[in-house]
Write a protein that binds this ligand. Structure first.
Ligand SMILES: [Fe+2]
Length: 339
């Protein structure tokens, strides 16, 4: 081989490795999570690794649309969002690539991992009731919300919202499609009003006596419980909380999660970031940012509201499996008039 050829090969290798380094010096994060503590979460990653994070924040659907439109040229490395059925939907679009990582496999429990994405925090969907008008004993399970005794007492956010679809997907898994449809019909028959607003609106309606019972995610409840505002304290004083289904399959949990994108230009950085999110430090930020629980068992956080709510038995169903019955749950709700 002549010197010129060797030199050009070396230059080529040099160029390649510079490119490789340049490629993993940045991370393009498409995020549908927007919490203040996420700032600290991201800047710590940059401090530890030297990898700069370019963050694009938007609603899930917009980000997914963008990733699909960008196709093979998409700069997106990691997609981060909330709700198992949304993560499953993203996965169905074929946008994720599997990540092989010992760190992730060791730190994240198997039921909180799917083939192509990982959960990083959990929240539970609990029953909230008005202590003056409903007895805790009467609302111990999701199934109990369908009881005729609760006629005119139930309020809910839309049945097409992912949180309710994921719950429906769990009900289909545990009780079957037919029982879930009957349940949904009877819950709708118990509505105090047509579904409107978010989980916090339902909790406030329960406190105000507009209805007697609802289902809400724990972080909405924790936000009210941790609040210093007099009006929030008044809401909390009126309500009681039940961990549903403690004697059967456990309380339905949902997750925040993330996955590496198939066309990610910075795959090395993406894996590092996904592993970082499972670190003790990141887990604390991630969970505290939205009053959630870390997925890594050894990580302890102290959150006054969550501590007050106490321990509970969570549904052990793998979150990745909720995807299998999410579409069915949506159809069941539609037929039952839970819109
Ligand atoms: Fe939410």
């Amino acid at each position: 081989m002549n010197k010129t050829l060797i030199a050009s090969i070396l230059t080529g290798i040099g160029a390649l490795s510079t490119q490789a380094i340049a490629a993993d010096a940045e991370l393009n994060l498409y995020s549908a999570r927007h919490y203040q503590t996420d700032e600290a979460l991201y800047s710590n990653f940059t401090k530890q690794t030297g990898i700069k994070i370019n963050r694009i924040e938007a609603k899930e659907d917009e980000l997914l649309e963008r990733i699909r439109n960008e196709g093979a040229n998409s700069p997106a490395d990691v997609f981060i969002t909330v709700d198992a059925s949304r993560l499953a939907k993203a996965d169905e679009l074929g946008i994720f690539a599997p990540v092989k990582s010992k760190v992730l496999e060791e730190r994240i429990p198997a039921n909180l991992r799917a083939e192509n994405w990982y959960s990083y925090s959990t929240r539970a969907r609990v029953i909230v009731y008005n202590k003056d008008s409903v007895k805790a004993d009467d609302v111990q399970t999701y199934e109990s919300l369908a009881a005729p005794a609760l006629k005119g007492k139930v309020c809910s956010r839309s049945g097409s919202h992912p949180y309710n679809i994921s719950l429906g997907a769990a009900l289909v898994k545990h009780n079957g499609a037919e029982a879930t449809e009957t349940w949904a019909r009877n819950v709708v028959a118990n509505f105090a009003r047509a579904p409107k607003g978010g989980d916090t609106d339902q909790i406030k309606a329960v406190a105000a006596g507009e209805c007697g019972v609802t289902i809400a995610n724990t972080y909405y409840l924790a936000r009210l419980m941790n609040s210093d505002k007099a009006e929030d304290k008044a809401v909390v004083a009126k309500i009681g909380t039940v961990w549903p289904n403690q004697k059967t399959w456990g309380t339905h949990i949902n997750v925040s999660g993330a996955g590496m994108l198939k066309n990610a230009p910075n795959k090395g950085a993406a894996v590092k970031f996904l592993e970082y999110l499972a670190s003790d430090e990141a887990q604390t930020y991630f969970a505290n940012g939205n009053n959630e629980w870390p997925v890594v068992a050894s990580v302890k956080v102290s959150n006054p509201a969550l501590d007050t709510l106490g321990k509970f038995k969570a549904d052990a169903l793998p979150v990745g499996e909720l995807a299998n019955t999410a579409a069915e749950a949506q159809k069941i709700y539609d037929r039952a008039g839970f819109r």
